[in-house]
Design a protein around this ligand. Structure first.
Ligand code: ZN
Length: 419
């Protein structure tokens, strides 16, 4: 496999220099369509726009509804939230090399959040909801793929794109679509932003989201306090014991993140709800975590009149780099250097759809998007001059692999990884 860029692919990469203005303009346009995960209309509006933007790629489109999202309410009830649709576009399923592209359409900013507009911070930086995470990345994906389509080696690569509606809540609805795609492809390119210094994310932790509902018995706090069973107290005991699991096993963290319960202070509260997140580095640690949580719950449930119920589970497996994935990083770094980018690969505790692909055995790079920072806050910014270079980086990887395949080079290190 080439560790340097072949001369005959350079003109195709350089053609991207002319795309800066349209990439920037479209990123701003997409960012100003609110697509907070639960804003179904907004997510679907982004989807319609992406259908138009992807037309020149001449792929086959499918709009796919995803299942609704189960959440525990403050009253301890299970409800389901409808999610936007997913958009799948695919082409040349019988090509020798098959690539999965993924970018999410949703953002963390709900319709009623104050952060809705894009502004300029200085002449190189914009501030706006989702500009970096990851609407700018969508433009990089589309332009890199168009560059492949414009090249004489396009027939070597079959591709499918998944624009999913729910990454910011852990992809509960689109996870089956990612798992399905994993059966058809050799590697993945995902358009989460790179780190603020331009590094790519390598190894990632796994993650689980849980809710605990504590049920007790209501009673008048003055007249019949002894008849009440305090759901808040029981849940606080759970939270303390769960938080004490921190530090007991390397690489595992428990984070109590939300608590709600009770009402009038003259009533013994009969309901309290808690949500927490667990991160871990080794897939086998999931069992240990679940066993500890069960123990704590079983102990508290022995109390008279108290019932704790655990909901949720592990949604992202840890991303551990295989040799094929390492090699993908090596060649990407080498191409980046030639394009003037110094790219490190760093581990992170954050998760994304790259975790899911890795769990399905597919090597991938999941931070091929734009450079920027302060994501998930109203300070989110995008370095606009990263749009074209990052599109070149993706295109360099695609065209080099397509060219290598055309030259009948041995790509079993990559294609063998899927079998
Ligand atoms: Zn993202």
């Amino acid at each position: 496999m080439y560790h340097s860029l072949q001369k005959n692919i350079l003109p195709y990469l350089n053609a991207l220099d002319d795309e800066h203005d349209v990439m920037l303009k479209t990123t701003i346009e997409l960012a100003e369509i609110n697509s907070g995960t639960l804003n179904v209309d907004g997510v679907n509006k982004v989807l319609s726009r992406l259908q138009q933007l992807a037309k020149p790629l001449k792929g086959t489109e499918e709009v796919i509804p995803v299942s609704s999202w189960e959440v525990v309410t403050d009253q301890g009830q299970i409800t389901r939230h409808k999610l936007g649709d997913a958009l799948r576009i695919h082409k040349r399923p019988d090509a020798p090399l098959k690539v999965f592209f993924c970018a999410h359409m949703d953002t963390v900013f709900s319709q009623d959040h104050h952060f809705q507009a894009v502004t300029w911070l200085d002449d190189k930086t914009i501030n706006g909801p989702g500009v970096t995470d990851l609407k700018g990345g969508i433009l990089i994906l589309l332009k890199a793929l168009q560059t492949l389509e414009n090249s004489p080696w396009a027939d070597q690569i079959g591709w499918e794109i998944l624009f999913n509606p729910d990454e910011e809540i852990g992809s509960p609805g689109s996870a089956p679509l990612i798992a399905e795609a994993a059966k058809r492809v050799h590697f993945g390119m995902i358009y989460e932003p790179c780190m603020p210094d331009g590094s790519l994310a390598g190894q990632r932790k796994g993650s689980g989201n849980f809710s605990v509902v504590s049920s007790g018995k209501a009673a008048h706090a003055g007249r019949e306090h002894h008849l009440g069973r305090n759901a808040i107290r029981a849940l606080c005991d759970f939270v303390s014991s769960m938080d004490d699991l921190n530090g007991q096993r390397p690489g595992i963290t428990f984070n109590p993140g939300y608590i709600h319960g009770g009402g009038a202070t003259n009533v013994v509260p009969d309901c309290c709800v808690h949500k927490f997140n667990v991160r871990l580095e080794k897939p086998e640690d999931e069992q240990w975590c679940l066993a500890q949580l069960d123990d704590i719950i079983n102990t508290i449930n022995k109390r008279d009149g108290i019932t704790l119920t655990l909901h949720g589970g592990f949604t992202r497996k840890p991303k551990i780099l295989t040799p094929a994935n390492q090699k993908l990083f090596e060649i990407t770094q080498a191409y980046g250097r030639e394009l003037g980018m110094n790219i490190d690969v760093k581990p992170t505790g954050g998760c994304c759809d790259g975790n899911n692909l890795t769990a399905a055995g597919i090597p991938n790079i999941d931070t091929l998007g734009v450079q920027g920072g302060a994501i998930h806050s109203d300070q989110e910014y995008l370095v606009v001059d990263s749009l074209v270079p990052r599109a070149k980086l993706s295109a360099a990887l695609l065209l080099s692999l397509a060219h290598a395949s055309h030259e009948k080079q041995d790509l079993s290190w990559l294609t063998g990884a899927a079998s």
